[in-house]
Design a protein around this ligand. Structure first.
Ligand SMILES: *[C@@H]1O[C@H](CO)[C@@H](O)[C@H](O)[C@H]1NC(C)=O
Ligand SMILES: *[C@@H]1O[C@H](CO)[C@@H](O)[C@H](O)[C@H]1NC(C)=O
Ligand SMILES: *[C@@H]1O[C@H](CO)[C@@H](O)[C@H](O)[C@H]1NC(C)=O
Ligand SMILES: *[C@@H]1O[C@H](CO)[C@@H](O)[C@H](O)[C@H]1NC(C)=O
Length: 329
């Protein structure tokens, strides 16, 4: 007991001291470590929010670096394909030119193919200029080419149509990783609609979609950018088709609609502003936002399939051309 009593307080004093010293060091360490982390967190958050609240909207005049002013000088096309792409997707573009994006895909139907890009570094742009001189199917403006600027890309395409290619019957916006059965699109969906007596807009219809409020989401939209709890019905940006007469409507409305980086939602907000409704496609299997496994007779009866690489574009297209005749109606 006595020994313990003498030993204990001493040990206790020592250990209390140790705890205090070690505690202080730890606290200081954590403090010094976390202050920058916390500050950094807020800085990153602020930066992210700023990028959503981009002041860039389509009232902002961006300039063309590459343009195709004469693309439609021989008359208005039946269909304009607006394909969002990035500089390094040269193989994707090559594959599309040879396959579904071939402007002579349907005899006697005028199709215009345009790849849409923002600006990037100089070396890549040299290659792009060369490609443009060869194929005359590229338009590019001087906004930075980034995912959050996709809306600017689509608006560039629509404004290009107003300035250089008015009177087109239909427009399709799509991406380079999408297989588009342009033959089905033209022959089975669009031609039967002519003469079109009203506005038309279709694709893979997303109904009752809500803004993603989780900052880690690819589609994150903060409340202060888009306060409402749901989006209007919109058609997935992987492929939507609409009447050319809607182009000025969308562009007109965009001066009144707050910028949102989700281009497909943004286009829907513009149409909503004009009171125009999108319609579901005549068959649900026509527009697909996932990859439909390939068989010639499946691809003979769809319009879009998403997640297709350049090799697949070529194989699918060539197989389809060879075997579609075997596929009954
Ligand atoms: C586009 O299609 C036409 C007609 O089938 C063909 O002659 C031409 O070679 C094709 N172009 C490319 C780049 O494959
Ligand atoms: C969009 O483009 C503008 C103009 O080039 C640029 O300042 C902005 O940073 C770009 N946005 C993103 C998210 O990169
Ligand atoms: C665009 O808006 C202006 C003014 O709001 C209007 O006069 C014009 O008719 C509109 N154009 C179209 C195509 O809706
Ligand atoms: C577009 O940008 C301009 C300049 O930054 C701003 O004054 C205007 O309010 C913006 N318009 C919309 C609809 O966001």
């Amino acid at each position: 007991m006595t020994r313990n009593r003498r030993y204990c307080p001493k040990f206790w004093r020592c250990s209390k001291m140790c705890v205090f010293v070690i505690g202080s060091i730890c606290f200081l360490g954590i403090y010094l470590f976390f202050i920058p982390v916390i500050f950094n967190y807020f800085a990153v958050l602020a930066k992210m929010k700023a990028s959503f609240a981009s002041e860039f909207n389509d009232t902002q005049p961006f300039r063309f670096i590459i343009n195709e002013r004469d693309k439609c000088k021989d008359g208005a096309p039946f269909l304009i394909l607006l394909i969002a792409t990035k500089a390094d997707e040269m193989l994707h573009r090559e594959a599309i030119r040879k396959t579904w994006g071939n402007e002579s895909v349907v005899p006697n139907v005028k199709v215009v193919r345009l790849f849409m890009l923002g600006a990037n570094d100089k070396d890549q742009n040299e290659a792009l200029l060369w490609e443009s001189r060869k194929h005359h199917d590229i338009i590019q403006q001087d906004f930075l080419d980034a995912y959050k600027n996709l809306t600017l890309k689509t608006m560039m395409g629509l404004k290009w149509i107003i300035n250089y290619c008015g009177g087109a019957s239909f427009v399709m916006k799509t991406d380079t990783d999408v297989f588009v059965n342009t033959e089905y699109l033209i022959q089975k969906l669009l031609k039967p609609l002519v003469p079109l007596s009203q506005y038309f807009f279709t694709g893979f219809l997303m109904r009752n979609a809500r803004p993603h409020r989780n900052i880690a989401s690819k589609w994150y939209v903060p409340k202060d950018i888009y306060p409402a709890e749901s989006y209007p019905d919109f058609c997935s940006g992987t492929g939507y088709v609409f009447s050319g007469s809607l182009v000025p409507k969308i562009v007109n409305a965009s001066s009144k609609v707050k910028f949102l980086y989700l281009e497909d939602v943004y286009v829907a907000l513009c149409l909503d502003q004009e009171g125009i409704k999108m319609v579901p496609p005549p068959e649900n299997y026509l527009f697909n936002i996932h990859k439909v496994s390939f068989s010639p007779c499946t691809y003979d009866r769809l319009i879009t399939s998403h997640g297709i690489n350049p090799n697949e574009q070529i194989i699918y297209w060539e197989t389809l051309q060879k075997e579609k005749h075997e596929c009954g109606k």
